[in-house]
Design a protein around this ligand. Sequence first.
Ligand code: ZN
Length: 62
Amino acid sequence: MNTSEMICKSCGGNSFVQAMDFINLRPVDKKIALGSERIFTVCLDCGEVVSIKVKNPKNLIR
Ligand SMILES: [Zn+2]
């Protein structure tokens, strides 16, 4: 993901790091679904999470 044009809405900074957690987000009604990891885009200056993206959204509808 291109973060070069993003601006932190909290501090106005434009330096970001992307981080992922390894607890899959799962659909509420399909406990056996694979689910998907989330990718967080975090401001390096203030720690604001400017974006949370589901890596494989189609895994939520299977
Ligand atoms: Zn910031």
